[in-house]
Write a protein that binds this ligand. Structure first.
Ligand SMILES: [Fe+2]
Ligand SMILES: [Fe+2]
Length: 320
């Protein structure tokens, strides 16, 4: 059945990706119902580029189908509009100004109120629900770093390699960050929250990463956004460690956040010194880095505000 009026775009797209061909072409004229529908459709398209291959079946063959490419472009334009970052004052900052501006962004609201709630007040069930909403805070960061280093060289490439190697547990399979997270999920019984259950603010936060990873012209923005994540994560992870210890969580639950509380302040500093500082010598990079950092701050702030309302506190973390 082709996509019909009143039907959510992401539902029609999901079916069309199973069938391909004319079904996809018909979607060219389709319109999303609202921002949530747009974001879900965009995430489904980004999955063709980035999701675990074994979960994708045959649909990755449509990754570059003209109708999919057109839809991706228009949905991304709308998403960037919704991010609402005014580019007016991004006029060719120098490297020093860019580094100072990113440092300033990272320093603002480093520990949102919900982290204090997580550390000091959240009950066990609430804490687990918070971790579920986070949806695997480290999910995909290793792939993001890998994509981010394509086509650059010198000190930035080396730093991204060091960062990636840390993601890989420096060669120890039990210390790979995704494995540490798996142990946390198992130890605490953190449920996997389907996209259909996630609030728009959480979906928007996810889609920023996949937008940056699937658009080569946004590589500077990606450097800025990932750097900002690294610079902010350590302080927040320490609060989660405090919360997990307070509720008597088992050792298996602690490794992931203990590792990030220790490593991310170093990752953040090194990203600033060895990736952002040299790249920001070029105005195109400087502008993009700053824009990406601002995008990241924006989606996180909306996510924290939503989580604060949801838990009656103030919330949000993303380890890297
Ligand atoms: Fe990190
Ligand atoms: Fe990590």
């Amino acid at each position: 059945m082709p996509h019909g009026p009143g039907q959510p775009l992401h539902v029609g797209l999901d079916r069309a990706l199973d069938v391909g061909g004319d079904e996809l072409t018909r979607l060219t004229a389709a319109r999303a119902l609202d921002a949530r529908d747009e974001t879900l459709a965009l995430l489904a398209i980004h999955d063709l580029h980035l999701a675990p291959i074994d979960e994708m079946g045959e649909r990755t063959r449509w990754q570059h189908h003209p109708a999919v490419a057109a839809l991706k472009g228009s949905l991304e334009e709308r998403y960037i509009e919704r991010l609402g970052v005014d580019d007016g004052n991004l006029v060719s900052p120098g490297a020093e100004e860019t580094v100072a501006a990113v440092r300033g962004l990272a320093g603002s609201d480093q520990v949102p109120a919900v982290y204090r709630w997580v550390a000091e007040e959240a009950g066990g069930d609430e804490l687990v629900e918070f971790l579920a909403l986070e949806g695997g805070p480290d999910g995909g960061f290793d792939d993001m770093v890998a994509v981010c280093q394509v086509g650059i060289d010198g000190a930035p490439k080396l730093e991204l390699a060091r960062n990636y190697w840390d993601e890989m547990g420096r060669g120890g399979s039990a210390q790979v960050h995704t494995e540490l997270h798996r142990r946390l999920v198992k130890a605490m019984g953190v449920r996997r929250m389907a996209r259909s259950e996630q609030p728009l603010e959480a979906l928007d936060r996810s889609v920023l990463g996949s937008l940056l990873a699937t658009n080569r012209h946004l590589q500077p923005e990606m450097v800025g956004a990932l750097g900002l994540i690294e610079m902010q994560a350590g302080h927040r992870c320490r609060k989660v460690v405090d919360g997990l210890r307070r509720i008597g969580a088992p050792d298996d639950a602690l490794g992931f956040y203990v590792e990030h509380a220790a490593a991310d302040p170093r990752h953040g500093k090194n990203w600033l010194d060895h990736v952002i500082t040299p790249l920001a010598a070029e105005p195109r990079w400087a502008n993009g880095i700053l824009r990406g950092a601002r995008w990241c701050v924006g989606v996180n702030r909306r996510f924290f505000d939503m989580a604060a309302r949801r838990f009656g506190a103030g919330a949000g973390t993303r380890a890297a």
